[in-house]
Design a protein around this ligand. Structure first.
Ligand SMILES: NC(=O)c1ccc[n+]([C@@H]2O[C@H](COP(=O)([O-])OP(=O)(O)OC[C@H]3O[C@@H](n4cnc5c(N)ncnc54)[C@H](OP(=O)(O)O)[C@@H]3O)[C@@H](O)[C@H]2O)c1
Length: 369
C-alpha cells in the first residue's frame, strides 16, 4: 500500500439496531485479495438507508455498522490479483451494509469486479447516484427467477438482448423516482413498448426523453387515466414506489396471469394466486443476484458512456424556479449536504418525510469535520 493512505478515517456508524448515529474514528482497512480500497469522494443517500435503521431490517450482519450503498471515488490501493482496475482509477460502486464496504465512510473496500470505472463525462456526484437505481432495475428484469431475484429476461448487453421484448407493454408506477428512471431506461433498451408511467406532470418531458411513451399524472385516478391509453389491462407492472397504496392499486389493475414487480416488502395484502408478485433485492453482491450484479457492473461504465443510461437526466435537470425539467448539459440537481458524513442523519430525515423531490442528496465524506 502507498504511504499516502492514512491509518485512521472518519465514518458514520449506526451503533445498534434502530439505534443512534455517531461519526467516529476507525481504521482504514487494507484490501484483501481481489479487493480495492477506495477514497470515497461522493456518497449518495437512498431511502433504504433510513428504512434499514428505522425498521431494523434484517440485512445487517452485526452492529455497530456502516450504511450507505451508492458512492464514487478513487482507487488508492489494490489487493493481490486485481488486474481490472488500478491505483488512481475513478470508480463507482454500490457498497454494502457493513463496516468494510458501507459508503458512509471516507475509505471503503469493494471487490474489484464490482466497481465500474467512472466515465469521463460524469462527476463524482453524478456517479455516486447511479449504482443502486441501476441495480434495482437491472436485477428486476434480468435477475434469476427465484425469491429476491427478477424476471430472468435477456439483458440488453448480451447478444440478442437489445430490443428483444419489442411490443411488450409495461406500466411503471413512479417513473420519476431514481429507480423508476432507471427502469424506464432499461425497459427501453429491452424494447418494451408502450412504456407508460405515472409521475408529476412537470417531469413528463424528461421522462419521455428517457423512453417513456406516456406519462400519466400521478395525482389522477389511475384506472380511468389508463383507459384513455388502452383498454387492455397490463400484464407487467413495475411499482417503483411500492407504498402500501401504490402496491394495492397496481395489483388491482394487473391483468389476470400478469406479474407485479414491487421494490418494497411486505407484499400485497389482497394478493391472489392468479397474479404473480415478485420483490427483487438490489444487492449486486448478494444472493441470488451476484452473477447478474457482476454482469451489470462490468457493463455499467459503457452503458453510461454511450448514453444508453443517462445519469445526467437521472439526476433531474430541474430548474426549481420554473418547476420545469430540461434535458442537456445544465448543472445537475444534486444537493450536496454540508458537513460531510455528519449531515447524513438530517438528510435521511428529509427522505423519510418525503421532502426530497426530483433530486438526489449526496455528501462528500472527505469534508467531514
Ligand atoms: N428492492 C430494493 O432492493 C430497492 C433498491 C432501491 C430502492 N428501493 C425502493 O424503491 C423505492 C424508490 O426509491 P428511490 O430512491 O427511487 O426514490 P426517490 O428517488 O427518492 O423517489 C422520489 C420520487 O418518487 C416519486 N413519487 C413519490 N410518491 C409517488 C407516487 N405515489 N406515485 C408516483 N410517484 C411517486 C416523486 O416523483 P414526482 O417528481 O413525479 O412527483 C419523487 O420525486 C423506495 O421504496 C426504495 O426503498 C428498493
Amino acid at each position: 500500500m502507498s504511504s499516502t493512505i492514512p491509518s485512521q478515517q472518519k465514518a458514520l456508524f449506526l451503533l445498534s439496531k434502530q439505534g443512534d448515529w455517531k461519526v467516529d474514528h476507525t481504521p482504514v482497512l487494507k484490501p484483501k485479495a481481489g479487493e480495492v480500497l477506495i477514497r470515497v469522494e461522493s456518497s449518495a443517500l437512498n431511502p433504504v438507508d433510513w428504512k434499514v435503521r428505522d425498521w431494523g431490517l434484517d440485512v445487517i450482519p452485526e452492529y455497530p455498522t456502516i450504511l450507505g450503498c451508492d458512492s464514487a471515488g478513487v482507487v488508492i490501493a489494490v489487493g493481490e490479483g486485481v488486474k481490472s482496475v488500478a491505483i488512481g482509477d475513478k470508480v463507482i460502486h454500490q457498497g454494502e451494509f457493513d463496516v468494510r464496504k458501507g459508503s458512509f465512510q471516507q475509505y471503503n473496500l469493494e471487490l474489484s469486479h464490482l466497481v465500474a470505472k467512472l466515465p469521463p463525462n460524469l462527476t463524482f456526484d453524478q456517479g455516486a447516484t447511479i449504482s443502486t437505481a441501476a441495480a434495482t432495475a437491472a436485477i428486476s428484469f434480468y435477475g434469476p427467477k427465484v425469491d429476491l431475484g427478477g424476471l430472468a429476461l435477456t439483458p440488453p448487453w448480451t447478444n440478442g438482448g437489445r430490443g428483444k421484448y419489442a411490443g411488450t407493454p409495461l406500466l411503471i408506477i413512479g417513473g420519476a423516482s431514481s429507480v423508476g428512471q432507471a427502469v424506464i431506461q432499461f425497459a427501453q433498451l429491452s424494447g418494451f413498448s408502450p412504456i407508460v408511467t405515472t409521475a408529476s406532470l412537470s417531469g413528463a418531458d424528461r421522462l419521455k426523453s428517457l423512453g417513456a411513451t406516456h406519462v400519466i399524472d400521478r395525482y389522477a385516478d389511475l384506472p380511468s387515466s389508463l383507459q384513455v391509453i388502452t383498454a387492455t389491462p397490463f400484464s407487467l407492472i413495475y411499482d417503483a414506489i411500492s407504498s402500501p397504496e401504490t402496491k394495492e392499486t397496481a395489483h388491482s389493475i394487473l391483468a389476470e396471469g400478469g406479474t407485479l414487480i414491487i421494490v418494497e416488502q411486505p407484499g400485497v395484502k389482497e394478493a391472489v394466486p392468479t397474479k404473480e408478485v415478485i420483490a427483487p433485492w438490489a444487492g449486486v453482491n448478494q444472493s441470488p443476484n451476484k452473477e447478474i450484479g457482476a454482469e451489470l457492473m462490468a457493463n455499467l461504465s459503457a452503458l453510461l458512456e454511450n448514453g444508453d443510461i443517462k445519469v445526467s437526466i437521472l439526476l433531474c435537470l430541474l430548474d426549481c424556479t420554473r418547476n420545469s425539467y430540461a434535458v442537456g448539459d445544465k448543472p445537475n440537481m444534486v444537493e450536496v449536504i454540508p458537513n460531510g458524513l455528519a449531515g447524513i442523519p438530517d438528510g435521511l430525515d428529509r427522505l423519510r418525510k418525503y421532502q426530497v423531490i426530483a433530486k438526489k442528496l449526496v455528501v462528500h465524506p472527505q469534508e467531514t469535520l
